[in-house]
Ligand binder design. Sequence first.
Ligand code: SAH
Ligand code: SF4
Length: 347
Amino acid sequence: MHALTDLEDGAILRVVAERGGQPFQARQILHWIWKHGVERFDQMRNVPAKLREALASDHVMRATSIAKVDDANDGTKKLLLGLHDGETVECVIIPDGERTTLCISTQVGCPVGCVFCASGMFGVRRNLTAGEIAEQVLVAKQQLGTGRRLTNLVVMGMGEPMLNLDNLLPALQRIHDPDGIDMGARRITVSTSGYPRQMERFAAADPSWNLAVSLHAANDELRSKLVPTATSPVRDIVAAAHRYFGQKGREVTYEVVLLEGINDRPEDAVALVSTLASMPCTVNLIPWNPVAEIAASKGLRRPAVGRVDAFAEALRNGGLKVTVRRQRGADRSAACGQLRLRQLTGT
Ligand code: SAH
Ligand code: SF4
């Protein structure tokens, strides 16, 4: 069974026409799905019952269903979504003052295999479809109810967005569409572990989303230990990010997941400064969120606050703009990929 959320506008028009419906009815259906976020056929009140029934005979409304909701004490809400083939992915709602940010996934698992990340532990199972990606926003909005509005979207969940651009780009268009979810491009940030060619393609697409690059280290040898499948040198990744800024006028954020004694040493700060100081950018330091299985097998540690502050200071002294991410959702499995990991390992 196909999900209506997986159909592009042209396909919805066709499916509706094949069942005797008119183009304006196809547009009404699109509104119900994406603007009003309904999840049942009978909620599409102005669509004739006969057309609804014809659609329901071989379509479902949505491609995902909530398998688990995990509330942290700080208000962070993690959703585990079940997919039609039994796979699961996560998205996370993060309230912070006036802001409410949603973090969404693009793949089931991840092929990149960064040593510190739960999402990459078992490789990638498959790409999410455009509908499965965009639908995460509908599900999150429903969870929020009328009390809070989603203000920001980050594509920082499971998976490497640049390796699923075929589905990510239409999903972002769907999320941005003023006739649907209507989220401004400035409020949307896509994070990549660095694929220069795909970053070029991302840059060629309209409109201008924000780009974040997970750099972790400016030194190629160290970076290749943290991101073992990385094939592009830091120089090429930073050049692609800089071109993105040139084309789009959007300052790039570089993310650095800090691991004690590995990439939080004074010389690591020096390398970042010499690589990035001439670029208009911000460095976001993310103290590693421990994943028990990884901490035990690889001996990785989250640095103490003092070390993080000293690292931030060294970058600032070198002329970089720096932000430090607070730990969120810490009492549950906070970092993306951990809820699914707990499900897979039965812990
Ligand atoms: N694959 C993309 C987007 C998803 S990961 C990327 O790597 O950028 C989003 C961010 O979460 C990345 O910066 C990644 O390094 C970080 N991350 C992954 N696991 C983490 C963990 N256990 N603790 C802290 N940050 C983590
Ligand atoms: Fe994949 Fe990003 Fe995790 Fe690396 S950090 S394994 S690229 S999801």
